[in-house]
Design a protein around this ligand. Structure first.
Ligand code: NAD
Length: 378
C-alpha cells in the first residue's frame, strides 16, 4: 500500500485525537527511550516522500548528535531501497500498521513525522504515546486544536517536541534576531516578507487537497513568511488583516493560491507578507529608523544571501539546515540546550493562520491577536 486511504486516515486520526483527549485522565507516562548513555540519538523518519528522500536522509549522514536509525513507510519497495542505501536494520523498518510497535525499539529515540499535514497530529500523538521524542514537520497541524492535542500528548508522555522549522537553526536567522535585538539598524519600522513558488504539478497532489493539506500556499510557504515577519520585527503581532487572490481558480479549486497579510506590532511597526502557489517570492527586508537589511533568498535550503544598508554582505558558510536543525533538537534532548523550535511556536503560527483565514472570510477585517511572547525563542 503506497498511501493511507482517506478512510483509513480518518479512522487513525480519530483514534489519535481520541487518545489525546483521553490522555488527561491517564497516569503520567515516561519517555520510552533511555538516552542517558548515548552520544548520538536514533531518528526514525515517518513518510519517505520528497522531503525525507532529498533533504532529511542526506542530512542525517552529516549530523553529529543523531543518525538515521529507522524508517516508517507504506511502500514495500522503499523498504528495500532505503535499507540498502542507509544500512538500516530490519528490526527498525516499520509500516503504518505496525508503527505503534516502535515503542519497544531501543534504537529509536526520535520520531520525525514527514507526512501530509493533516496526518501530523495522529502520528505525532502516536509517537509520543510510544514514548519517543517527536519532530513534527511544518505546518505543525491543520488546526490550533490539533496543535494543542500534540503538545498535550508530548507533555503527558514526558517527551520533547519540536517543529521542523529548519530556518530556526540557520545562522542567518540568528543574525537577523541579533540585528533586531541590538538595534543595529535602529528600531524596526517595517518588515516585508515573501515566501512563494509557482505550482504547475499534478492537480491531484495532496498539497492542493484541503482535506490532506489543511490549506494552500498559506500553510505551505506562508508559515515561513509568518516566521520571518515575527523574527524580523523581534516580537509577535497584535493584529492581522488579510486578503486572498486567485488567477487560476480552475487549478486551485480547493486551496488558496495567493494571500497577502499585514501585521501590526505593539510599538507601531508593521509587516507585510505575501505567500503564493502561483508567483515566485523568497525575500525578507527589514527597515529600521537607521537603515535596512535584506535576505534574498531568505527561506530556501541555502545558501541564503543577504546585504545591508551599510553596504556589507551578510555571509555565513553553508551547512545543511536540516542537519543543524536535527542536531539542535538532539542537543536539547541530550544536553538540555534551548529548544529552538518548540511546539508552542508551531501552535502560535497556526493561531495566526486561523486568524488570516478568518480575516479573509470577513472581507479583510482586522483580527486581534493575543499572543504575548508565545513561541518567541531568542
Ligand atoms: P511528499 O508528497 O513528497 O511525501 C509525502 C509522503 O507521505 C509520501 O511518502 C507518501 O507516500 C506518504 N503518504 C501517506 N499517506 C498519504 C496520503 N494519504 N496522501 C499522500 N501521501 C501520503 O511530501 P513532502 O514534500 O515530503 O512533504 C511532507 C511533509 O513535509 C509536509 O508536511 C510538508 O509541509 C513538509 N515539508 C517541509 C519542508 C521544510 O522545508 N521544512 C519541505 C518540504 C516538505
Amino acid at each position: 500500500m503506497d498511501k493511507l486511504s482517506r478512510r483509513d486516515f480518518s479512522i487513525t486520526l480519530g483514534r489519535g485525537l481520541t487518545s489525546a483527549a483521553l490522555l488527561g485522565g491517564t497516569a503520567l507516562a515516561c519517555a520510552n527511550t533511555n538516552t542517558q548513555n548515548k552520544t548520538k540519538l536514533g531518528v526514525a523518519l515517518v513518510g519517505l516522500g520528497s522531503y525525507s528522500t532529498g533533504q532529511l536522509a542526506p542530512s542525517l549522514q552529516v549530523t553529529d548528535h543523531c543518525y538515521l536509525a529507522g524508517i516508517v513507510t507504506g511502500t514495500k519497495e522503499k523498504e528495500t531501497i532505503w535499507k540498502q542505501k542507509y544500512d538500516i536494520r530490519d528490526a527498525n523498518i516499520y509500516n503504518y500498521e505496525n508503527f505503534d510497535n516502535i515503542a519497544d525499539n531501543p534504537d529509536i529515540d526520535i520520531i520525525y513525522v514527514v507526512l501530509p499535514n493533516s496526518m501530523h497530529a495522529d502520528f505525532c500523538i502516536r509517537a509520543a504515546k510510544a514514548g519517543k521524542h517527536v519532530i513534527c514537520e511544518k505546518p505543525m497541524a491543520v488546526s490550533v486544536a490539533e496543535c494543542d492535542a500534540i503538545i498535550a500528548a508530548c507533555k503527558e508522555a514526558n517527551v520533547k517536541l519540536s517543529v521542523g522549522y529548519r530556518m530556526q537553526s540557520d545562522p542567518y536567522t540568528n543574525e537577523v534576531k541579533k540585528y533586531v535585538k541590538e538595534k543595529t539598524f535602529g528600531e524596526v519600522t517595517f518588515v516585508s516578507s515573501d515566501a512563494a513558488y509557482i505550482s504547475r504539478g499534478n492537480p491531484e497532489q495532496w498539497r492542493l487537497n484541503r482535506a490532506l493539506s489543511g490549506g494552500g500556499a498559506l500553510v505551505n510557504m506562508g508559515v515561513y513568511s509568518i516566521q520571518t515577519s515575527i523574527y524580523g520585527a523581534g516580537q509577535n503581532p497584535i493584529s492581522v488583516s488579510a486578503q486572498e487572490f486567485s488567477t487560476r481558480p480552475d487549478y486551485f479549486k480547493d486551496t488558496d493560491e495567493t494571500i497577502t497579510a499585514q501585521f501590526e506590532f505593539a510599538n507601531g511597526a508593521v509587516a507585510h507578507m505575501m505567500t503564493s502557489h502561483n508567483a515566485n517570492g523568497n525575500r525578507l527586508k527589514v527597515h529600521g529608523d537607521k537603515g535596512w537589511f535584506e535576505l534574498e533568498p531568505a527561506h530556501s535550503y541555502g545558501p541564503i544571501s543577504g546585504r545591508t544598508s551599510k553596504g556589507n554582505e551578510i555571509k555565513f558558510p553553508h551547512k545543511r539546515q536540516q542537519a543543524l536543525q536535527m542536531d539542535d533538537f538532539s542537543k536539547h534532548i541530550l544536553k538540555d540546550t534551548v529548544n529552538v523550535a518548540p511546539g508552542e511556536m508551531g501552535k502560535r503560527d497556526m493561531i495566526i493562520v486561523e486568524a488570516i483565514y478568518k480575516s479573509i472570510a470577513e472581507g479583510g477585517k482586522k483580527q486581534p491577536l493575543n499572543l504575548g511572547r508565545m513561541g518567541i525563542v531568542s
